[in-house]
Design a protein around this ligand. Sequence first.
Ligand SMILES: Nc1ncnc2c1ncn2[C@@H]1O[C@H](COP(=O)(O)OP(=O)(O)OP(=O)(O)O)[C@@H](O)[C@H]1O
Length: 274
Amino acid sequence: MTETTSASSAPASSGGHEGNLITFDGVGKRFGDNVVLDNLSFGVRPGERVTLIGPSGSGKTTILRMLMTLTRPDSGTIQVGDDYLYHEERTGNLVPASEQHIRRVRRRITMVFQHFNLFPNMRVLRNVTEAPVHVLGLSKEEAEQRARELLDMVGLGEKLTAYPTQLSGGQQQRVAIARALAMRPDVLLLDEVTSALDPELAAGVLDVLRDIARTSDVTMLCVTHAMRFARDISHRVLMFDSGRIIEDAPPGEMFDAPRHERTRGFLQSVINET
Ligand SMILES: Nc1ncnc2c1ncn2[C@@H]1O[C@H](COP(=O)(O)OP(=O)(O)OP(=O)(O)O)[C@@H](O)[C@H]1O
């Protein structure tokens, strides 16, 4: 892994749509009468770490799920590098990518979920090697070597033969992070990865993620209510409200001098909660 730029200076653009690794262009989504994303456009550059904040139900998780092709937009275009996941034609038709494209994109993106989702019947080491062997086609030896390094990195080098149920929630989440990184993703999606954890265990997981942010050049898109963490790791913070981005700023500006009244109200409510 290569050293990144500091959190205050975003990496230079390269490749993809206008230099973006991830592009949302005019994306809309509604569930029944509930407009979840409203003509949403934004881009993320390679190596950038972007945190999505905003009230519950403002559409943050939906964005991550669209990148995993778990939720389909109603309109708009979503692109990863040069590959379309969904493409809205001039006629307004939404064209999903071919299976071949989706497979290619899915190899570049991994997601860590709130509830770990480890394979309960597999030991820790196998949880981490399974996808690299079966999806990337790595040899068992190669996958195990990489898995040991990653499990060391997340502080679980001694737990290779444990089953997930023998671990704390924080340890399980660290296995999930190692498993995601074992795919050598270009993009790591983090969806409220500490929300299900006690504060002490959450702090351990966030420290691991801070280390990854400091030492890796993986592009991160992160949904979190942990504002100090967001400030530490992010190049940019996007404030969502009712399916729109109402503020897009570096963390210093967003947290110290929010411009939008609703951002100020949201940050106040989060601070009051914690
Ligand atoms: N499959 C679904 N069917 C119906 N409504 C859904 C579905 N998935 C999400 N929603 C609704 O879409 C809205 C946005 O959900 P989303 O999970 O993206 O919000 P969020 O900003 O991540 O919220 P939170 O911070 O609570 O996780 C919510 O009102 C949610 O109830």
